[in-house]
Every structure is written in C-alpha cells, then in structure tokens.
Write a protein that binds this ligand. Structure first.
Ligand code: FAD
Length: 120
C-alpha cells in the first residue's frame, strides 16, 4: 500500500497545478506547480477563493454549469480564462472533482489545471 507521505510528495511534485478547497472553493492547499503557474505563493493563496484566479471574462454561464455539475458530485472539465498574480492572462484547462466523505456529503473539491495558452 502507499504511505501517506508518498501521496503528499506525489501531489506536491505533480506537473499539474493542484489545489484542495473547502466546499465553497476556499483554498486550503496548493502544490508547487500551482504556485509556478499562478504566481501566488502557498502562504498568500491559502484562504482565498479560487475566484481570485478569474480574469472576469469567462461567461457566467460557464461558472453556473461548473457549479451545477460539481454540486451533483460529478467532475467538471473545461477552459477558464485565468489571471496570474502579476495580472497576466492565461487559458486554463481545468478539472474539478468533488471529494465525497463517508457520509456521502461533498466536503472538499480537488482542482487540477494546466496552462494551455500556447495550445489554443
Ligand atoms: P460568482 O458570482 O461567485 O459565481 C458565478 C456563478 O457561479 C454564480 O451565479 C453561481 O451560480 C455559481 N457559484 C459560485 N460560487 C458558488 C458556490 N459556492 N456554490 C454554488 N454555486 C456557486 N474559477 C476560475 O475562474 N478559475 C479557476 O481556475 C477556478 N478553479 C476552481 C477550482 C475549484 C476546485 C473550484 C471548486 C472552483 C474553481 N473556480 C475557478 C470557480 C470559482 O470558485 C468561482 O466560482 C468563479 O471564479 C466565479 O467567481 P465569481 O466571483 O466571478 O462569480
């Protein structure tokens, strides 16, 4: 079986930007790639909502669809226009997965994204 510290090291060192949020998208954890891509250090991003990454041009309908999907405990994947700490815009290919506890309730969300600005 895989020890807990190996899970942590694997997530920490993953090439994808990975974050773990509470049920309201407030960031509890962000890995090294998240810091590299967004420009926010671990200490300054924890406690903020994921909406801090929004460039405010993605249509509201996209966010509504995203939330409708993850609240049904289904994963969502799509493209969001994001903003780095320095104000730079980038296109993010985002996958959000609900983390469902033993009681069947969504306790957290797992966010994974990569910068696909060059691809599109
Ligand atoms: P808001 O007005 O807050 O939201 C727009 C619409 O989304 C609302 O009308 C509502 O229908 C829905 N909504 C928003 N918050 C909630 C909620 N707590 N519960 C139910 N419905 C809600 N956004 C990005 O722009 N970039 C990202 O990289 C990104 N990554 C995310 C990763 C994770 C793990 C999660 C859970 C969310 C992520 N989001 C991301 C979504 C983010 O949390 C915001 O919902 C989004 O940025 C819109 O915020 P807003 O303040 O512009 O609009």
């Amino acid at each position: 079986s895989v020890p807990a510290h190996l899970f942590r090291q694997a997530v920490e060192q993953a090439a994808l930007a990975i974050s773990i949020t509470d049920a309201h998208a407030n960031i509890l954890y962000a890995n090294a790639a998240f810091q590299r891509i967004t420009g926010y250090g671990q200490d300054e991003i924890v406690g903020h909502n994921e909406s801090i990454l929004s460039y405010r041009v993605t249509p509201k309908l996209v966010y509504e669809t995203l939330w409708a999907q993850i609240q049904r405990q289904r994963p969502w994947n799509g493209l969001l226009v994001n903003k780095r700490k320095d104000g730079d815009r980038y296109l993010a290919d985002v996958t959000i997965t609900p983390v469902v506890g033993e009681a069947g309730i969504t306790t957290h969300y797992l966010g994974m994204h990569r910068d696909v600005t060059e691809v599109h």
